[in-house]
Design a protein around this ligand. Structure first.
Ligand code: ATP
Length: 514
């Protein structure tokens, strides 16, 4: 039987096995800042690689970019971030804690959802095989009451967000009797807007120039827009074409929380796809499907779903999220937005530089429309770990069972692909043969040589970091040049010749099937 992982289990596993450490831990950490350890950085690089290859290598019409984090302040004026990159915040007067008003309401809605789910689970147990879920949720009075309550609050929230109605947001909090999660108090301030950009002084003299305030970029996308002409001219790409970029972004989130789900410094993998005006919905649908396939190639479909946006950002004419089932429920993992010509047109207006494309097919110049795919690298990391983390019983050598914790992550993403294990540390003929195998394989992929402790414990260590293949060198190896390879998930072992190892391993760790 597999056990469901809690957020706490995942956080402590990540620390123990060198995936993620709290930042500046010796000074008690900095809230919501994290460092990626030796296995973490490997996993992160593999996710980047999976994204980059699926975008840039597999599409002739997508090219890469690595723009600077610090940009001219006018970029953020044109993009609308100076005026509109706000979240509604509210303070609790007793605890002095600050919250995002919309998140407080969303959490309240999740609680109602949990109540509904509990009723259904209880009834399913009570009625056994005869249970008809559809009938139950459409007739049970308690469920119906909660569904109506949830839908009512959700509708009010959507409307308030659409209309930027801060008074109504406060009213919902008051009407639903939402209390401060910290103090339980219901004494709230009014809701106000809070700009999420970090600003800083550029250069040594504060008074040097009016432009001396710069921002840490809150998204990587603008680096792509301001380089649209440079890239087009340098690569002679024709619309439709895309520019892909991976890089850090910074947001002064009102509350950063839930491990690496919401941080103030994080990394994005964004692709802006430039299309002919009027064709944006075709490409929006194309990327909606392509991105879902990318996720499904490494994660089960039932943990993924679409969520259409009710409130469109100032630049979008269509938007959706791909949500993933994290330990705290379904949450946004990636956003797909049809950004119209908003960004290029705004930069054109403010900079006075023409940001247009001459389309030879229709012999017309225009400002291209843009479809964006934007995924948080850290959220994808979290999804990979949360989905893979499994505790289960496995047979032991004495005929009983042992509990093991294993990260069942896609082999292409695993931080270490192959562990090379001599059966005994004390036999030099075994360890030197194992070193030979290690030298053969380490130029092909990420390998780890491990000779310490009994073989069972070494298997457990590799399971815990998600190593898909363990290669064991034993006395038979010395006779016939064969080794045992063990499969992480099935625990099956096969005997194969050393000279076949590279091909077999490359097959097992190959690029996900898109
Ligand atoms: P949210 O609604 O969760 O605040 P968002 O809609 O503001 O996210 P986008 O601006 O669409 O997010 O950013 C694209 C992606 O960047 C998101 O889908 C998410 O994966 C990631 N992301 C955004 N904010 C953060 C953050 N504070 N920490 C980690 N990842 C983030």
């Amino acid at each position: 039987m597999e056990k469901k992982a809690s957020l706490k289990d995942i956080i402590s596993h990540c620390k123990e096995y060198g995936f993620i450490f709290p930042s500046s831990e010796i000074y008690d950490g900095l809230s919501a800042s994290y460092d990626y350890g030796p296995n973490g950085v490997q996993l992160k690089n593999n996710i980047k690689d999976y994204w980059w290859k699926s975008m840039v290598q597999l599409h002739e019409n997508i090219v890469g970019l690595d723009a600077a984090i610090l940009m001219h302040p006018k970029v953020w004026k044109a993009s609308g971030h100076v005026d509109a990159f706000n979240d509604p915040m509210i303070d609790n007067k007793d605890s002095k804690k600050r919250y995002r008003a919309d998140t407080l309401i969303e959490d309240y809605i999740s609680k109602i959802d949990n109540k509904i789910e509990k009723e259904v689970t209880k009834a399913a147990k009570r009625f056994g095989d005869a249970f008809d879920k559809e009938q139950f949720v459409t007739t049970n009075p308690r469920v119906l009451k909660n569904v109506a309550k949830r839908d009512g609050v959700q509708e009010r929230l959507n409307k308030a967000l659409r209309e930027d109605d801060l008074v109504e947001l406060k009213n919902i909090i008051v009407d639903c009797e939402i209390a401060c999660p910290d103090s339980g108090s219901r004494s709230w301030t009014d809701v106000r807007q809070f700009n999420l950009m970090f600003s800083m002084q550029f250069g040594a003299l504060a008074s040097e120039a009016e432009n001396s305030v710069v921002y840490l970029r809150p998204e990587t996308a603008q680096g792509i827009f301001v380089n649209f002409l440079n890239v087009k001219n340098a690569t002679r790409q024709k619309v439709p074409f895309g520019i892909a970029q991976i890089g850090k972004a910074f947001r002064n989130e009102i509350i950063a929380r839930q491990f690496i789900f919401r941080m103030r410094e994080f990394e994005q993998m964004e692709m802006q796809f430039f299309v002919r005006p009027g064709e944006e919905m075709k490409w929006y649908n194309y990327w909606k499907e392509a991105r879902m396939k990318w996720h499904q190639a490494v994660h089960p479909s039932e943990k993924l779903r679409y969520h259409d946006h009710e409130k469109l950002a100032h630049y979008a004419n269509a938007a959706l999220d791909i949500e993933f089932k994290f330990p705290m429920g379904f949450r946004e993992l990636e956003g797909i937005h049809s950004r119209t010509d908003f960004d290029l047109s705004s930069h054109q207006d403010l900079s006075g530089k023409k940001l247009q494309y001459f389309d030879p097919e229709i012999k017309e110049s225009y400002v291209p429309y843009v479809v964006e795919t934007s995924i948080g690298l850290d959220r994808m990391f979290f999804a990979v770990i949360a989905n893979g983390y499994t505790t289960e019983q496995v047979p032991n050598a004495k005929g009983g069972t042992d509990e093991r914790t294993v990260l069942k992550i896609h082999p292409y993403l695993a931080p270490v692909k192959v562990a090379i294990l001599p059966l005994l540390k004390t036999k030099p003929e075994l360890t030197s043969k194992a070193r030979e195998v290690f030298d053969l394989l380490k130029v092909i992929t990420d390998c780890q040589y491990d000779e310490k402790d009994a073989i069972g414990r070494r298997y457990r260590r590799q399971d815990a970091i998600g190593t898909p293949i363990c290669v064991t060198i034993d006395f038979d190896t010395l006779e016939d040049n064969t080794v045992t390879i063990r499969n992480r998930d099935t625990l099956e072992q096969e005997r194969i010749a050393i000279d076949q190892l590279p091909n077999i391993i490359l097959e097992k760790i190959k690029f996900p099937n898109l």
